[in-house]
Design a protein around this ligand. Structure first.
Ligand SMILES: [Zn+2]
Length: 238
């Protein structure tokens, strides 16, 4: 896995469509480093940590989760740092931590529509041994805005309204003018790919108000502020 440099102190690794691995972020501070999203498995975390050490950077001290979806959160058990998730994300993770990861239980969740086909098939690809799946809540749960001083650079964690999921947070690095938004710009796969235009409108206003140059999404190449605003406007007109 390749670690790409976005700015002086901000890096990311690319997404992988095959097994639905999202983009992971890395912010390097003088005292601490922060990873954005924990990846979808121990293997994903390992590849990321290898890429970090190839660049002679230190392993993440903190990990901030953008939302509960498995591809962003199932690596939480494998990371070594302290994990942060907002309260809504943690409530969902607490619910999933009780789920059993067997073929029959997963099929039941598909029948009852607790789970969706796309996640089910991707999870099965990433985890040939389903019993390896371990879901846990974060070490630190926050409600409202949270700031982490990494040493000469601050990361802001903001819960935001998004049409993709009820629990989205974005991670804003004002000093480097980078905004990590996870999958916030997207439809709700757990509700028949419904696009709540009211929530999208709210998200557009939120994103417009951040002062940034580069926006990092969960499953795409980073884009400019103008590009992400254009993507959202075209979604709104759909
Ligand atoms: Zn998602």
């Amino acid at each position: 896995m390749e670690l790409r440099r976005l700015t002086d102190r901000v890096f990311y690794s690319m997404h992988n469509k095959e097994v639905d691995r999202p983009v992971l972020g890395y912010i390097y501070g003088r005292k601490y480093s922060l990873m954005v999203d924990s990846g979808n498995s121990k293997r994903h975390v390992q590849l990321f940590n290898d890429a970090i050490s190839d660049e002679r950077l230190r392993k993440p001290d903190f990990i901030a989760i953008t939302h509960w979806h498995w591809d962003h959160s199932f690596g939480m058990n494998a990371v070594e740092g302290i994990t942060f998730a907002n309260k809504k994300t943690n409530d969902k993770l607490a619910e999933m931590a009780k789920w059993k990861w067997t073929d029959s239980e997963m099929k039941k969740r598909l029948e009852t529509k607790l789970e969706i086909e796309f996640a089910d098939s991707s999870i099965r690809k990433e985890y040939p041994v389903l019993s390896e799946i371990q879901v846990s809540t974060s070490d630190i749960s926050y409600d409202g805005k949270m700031e982490i001083d990494l040493g000469d650079i601050v990361a802001e964690l903001h819960p935001i309204v998004s049409p993709h999921s009820e629990d989205c947070s974005c991670i804003f690095i004002p000093q480097e003018r980078v905004l990590f938004i996870g999958d916030a710009v997207g439809v709700d796969y757990y509700n028949n790919c419904y696009l709540d235009k009211g929530k999208l409108h709210c998200l557009i206003t939120t994103i417009e108000n951040y002062d940034f140059d580069i926006c990092v999404m969960g499953h795409a190449e980073p884009v400019s502020k103008l590009d992400i605003l254009n993507i959202m406007s075209s979604l709104l007109e759909r």
